[in-house]
Design a binder for this molecule. Structure first.
Ligand code: ATP
Length: 199
C-alpha cells in the first residue's frame, strides 16, 4: 500500500483544486517558509479524521477553510481526498484503490466518503486500524512529535507498539464487547426486578 495522490481544494492555503501525485518511493516537498508544506501534512491528518483544530495548528475547525488573501475571496468549503494503492490489500477491503475524502462547510456541515460513498468517521477510523496510517498512527510525525514520544508516558508509547503489532482493532472490539456486556447485565437486573414485582 502506498499513497498515490492527495487532492485539496479550499483547504488552508490551497484555494484552488490541486492534485499531488506520488510514486511508490520517497517524495520530498520543498518550498520557502510559509508556502504551505506543512499544510499538505495537515490535509492528510484532517482527511483521516483529525477532530482537534489545535493538532491542525488552528484555533477552530473553520480555520482549515481557505480564509482569503488580499487578492482572493474566502471560499465556502474545504475538501481533501487521498487515494491509496491497495493492490496488496493491506486495507481490509476488496478494492485495489481506496479513496478517502472529507468535506466541511463554514456552517459546520461535514461529510466523509470512502470510494465516493458517504460514511461515518468511525468507518474511516476502522479502515486504518493497525496500519499506522490513522490520525493517531505513526505515519505522520509532526514537528516536535519525536520529543513528545520519547518523553511520553509508557502507556502512550505502548499505544504506538500496539498499532504496529496490529492489535488495536482487537483491543477496540474487546472494549466494545465489554461495554455491551455491561449494558446487557444492567438490562438483566431490570428484567429480574420486573419479574419479581410480578411474582
Ligand atoms: P515553514 O517552512 O515555515 O514551516 P510551511 O511551508 O510548512 O512553512 P505552512 O505552515 O504549511 O508553511 O503554511 C502556512 C501558510 O498557510 C501561511 O501563509 C498561512 O497564512 C496559510 N494558511 C493557513 N491557514 C490558512 C487559511 N485558512 N486560509 C488561507 N491561508 C492559510
Amino acid at each position: 500500500m502506498y499513497l498515490k495522490s492527495i487532492e485539496v481544494q479550499g483547504f488552508k492555503s490551497f484555494a484552488n483544486k490541486i492534485v499531488f501525485d506520488f510514486d511508490n518511493g520517497i517524495t520530498g516537498i520543498v518550498g520557502p517558509n510559509g508556502s504551505g508544506k506543512s499544510n499538505v501534512a495537515d490535509a492528510v491528518r484532517w482527511v483521516l479524521g483529525e477532530q482537534s483544530a489545535k493538532q491542525l495548528r488552528g484555533s477552530k475547525m473553520e480555520d482549515v477553510i481557505f480564509a482569503g488573501t488580499q487578492n482572493r475571496k474566502p471560499v465556502g468549503f474545504a475538501y481533501v481526498s487521498i487515494t491509496l494503492d491497495n493492490s496488496d490489500h493491506a486495507l481490509a477491503v476488496d478494492y485495489d484503490e481506496v479513496t478517502v475524502s472529507r468535506r466541511v462547510y463554514r456552517s459546520g456541515e461535514s461529510e466523509y466518503l470512502i470510494n465516493g460513498n458517504a460514511c461515518r468517521l468511525k468507518d474511516v477510523t476502522e479502515l486504518f486500524y493497525d496500519t499506522g496510517i490513522g490520525k493517531e498512527g505513526y505515519s505522520i510525525i509532526g514537528q516536535g512529535q519525536i520529543d513528545k514520544i520519547l518523553s511520553g508516558k509508557p502507556e502512550e508509547r505502548r499505544e504506538l507498539f500496539d498499532e504496529a503489532a496490529g492489535i488495536v482493532k482487537f483491543k477496540r472490539r474487546k472494549a466494545a464487547a465489554i461495554k455491551k456486556l455491561e449494558s446487557e447485565r444492567a438490562n438483566l437486573v431490570r428484567v429480574n426486578d420486573i419479574l419479581s414485582e410480578l411474582e
